[in-house]
Design a protein around this ligand. Structure first.
Ligand code: FAD
Length: 384
């Protein structure tokens, strides 16, 4: 049996100073009224203006090479920015996927032309990506997907449908996993490729699917004879599955898998202190200590990423533990501080409670369900 070892990590003085810089910027922006704090802000709070402000600060694509406008800084610096943005519940959804996974994917597998075209725009916070994986009958079993790309002169013709596509109505492009050759029963994961689809292309229709809250976050994306030029294929034709797995490691490993309900926890602690509710504070302290352990594990993954190590297994484990924690926060807090959750309440606590409860069911589905993550962990631990 394999043991999972995550390195212990101490922030340097320079990194602590950097955290203070990010925090002061966010405090100042909050005081100016640039944004309201939201739970689950990385998935549902959009502000192009705010994304561009972060880009101007040099805080998007911070690990990307300088050659493409990036800042060549460490994964730990990226972790610090990410953590502060989530703790403040800042509106970061517009650029999140481009910064977290599409940019790194293009840097790893993209052509020079793609890097020169897309990366500088991503870094500026002005080019947004969606993830086109899931289909109506292909979620966990993604290899069964039906969207096809057929080779024609100069490119590919794509037909099919994607669903649950986060932010497609705000994004410029969608990295789309599709079948470029028929499925071979002996190699279910072969014959798939990743294509960058311009969401303004002819033949693309984006239809909203509403959240429980009534919010418009994800979509159905219909693709009818969409032409994708050859220069928009990512990496090798037929290697889409392996490339997609790399992307999933970026997707699963960050602090957003722990901190979606942190703004609720922080607000609840403030109220419990105000009420001098010592029993309530003891219960909240249990949540904080659990969060602290998860955070250390998550920072350990950032340290592994810095060493260019494989984090697939560790990311699946921390995502599973982190997602159940995020849901548990809302469960515990609503009993400690009973209130009517209201999405549009002026009272911040009632609003954060509503967002945390109503977004909660998605935490353990998006980016891989609990059962799938546990399957990865089980197989990874035993097969080693
Ligand atoms: C908020 C949110 C945002 C999302 N954003 C995106 C996005 O931007 N792009 C995108 O492509 N997708 C996105 N998704 C879709 C998400 O990736 C899928 O919902 C997820 O992979 C599960 O697929 P499914 O919904 O088809 O469920 P299914 O795969 O049908 O699963 C249904 C249930 O069966 C269980 N199950 C399935 N297979 C197994 C198995 N082998 N063993 C044990 N149990 C199993 C699952 O764990 C689950 O409980 C998003 C989802 C949510 C909730």
């Amino acid at each position: 049996m394999r043991q999972l070892q995550l390195p212990a990590f101490e922030f340097t003085e320079e990194q602590k100073e950097f955290r203070k810089e990010v925090r002061s910027f966010l405090q100042a922006e909050q005081q100016k009224g640039t944004f309201d704090t939201h739970a689950d802000s990385w998935l549902s709070a959009y502000s192009e203006e705010f994304s561009k402000k972060l880009g101007a600060k040099g805080w998007i694509g911070i690990t990307f090479p300088k050659k493409y406008g990036g800042h060549a800084r460490s994964s730990i610096d990226r972790y610090i920015i990410t953590e502060e943005l989530l703790a403040f519940g800042a509106p970061v959804a517009s650029h999140w996927f481009a910064d977290r996974q599409s940019g790194p994917l293009l840097l790893k597998f993209g052509t020079e032309e793609q890097k020169e075209f897309f990366i500088p725009k991503i870094v500026k916070g002005e080019c947004y990506f969606s993830i086109g994986l899931s289909e109506p009958n292909s979620g966990s079993d993604l290899a069964s997907l039906k969207t096809t790309a057929e080779k024609v002169d100069g490119g590919w013709i794509v037909n099919g449908m994607k669903t649950w596509t986060s932010g497609a109505h705000h994004s410029h492009y969608m990295i789309t996993l599709c079948r470029t050759s028929p499925q071979d029963p002996k190699n279910r994961h072969g014959g798939m490729s990743q294509l960058i689809i311009d969401l303004k292309s002819d033949g693309v229709t984006i239809r909203p699917i509403q959240f429980l809250t009534g919010e418009h976050h994800f979509n159905e994306v219909f693709l009818e004879n969409v032409f994708v030029p050859d220069n928009r294929v990512v990496g090798e034709v037929g290697n889409g599955w392996a490339q997609g797995l790399t992307e999933l490691a970026f997707e699963r490993s960050g602090p957003e898998r722990i901190l979606s309900t942190f703004p609720l926890l922080e607000e609840a602690i403030r109220l419990l202190k105000e009420k001098e509710d010592h029993r309530g504070l003891m219960e909240a302290a249990k949540l904080v200590s659990r969060m602290w352990s998860l955070r250390n594990m998550s920072i350990g993954i950032a340290a592994l990423l810095e060493e260019k190590k494989d984090v697939n297994l560790a990311a699946a484990l921390v995502k599973d533990l982190g997602n159940s924690f995020e849901q548990h926060v809302a469960e515990v807090i609503r009993l400690l501080l009973p209130a009517m959750p209201r999405k549009h309440a002026e009272d911040e606590y009632a609003r954060l409670l509503a967002e945390s409860i109503l977004h909660g069911p998605g935490f353990t589905i998006r980016g891989g369900t609990t059962e799938i993550l546990r399957g990865i962990v089980g197989k990874g631990v035993i097969s080693a």
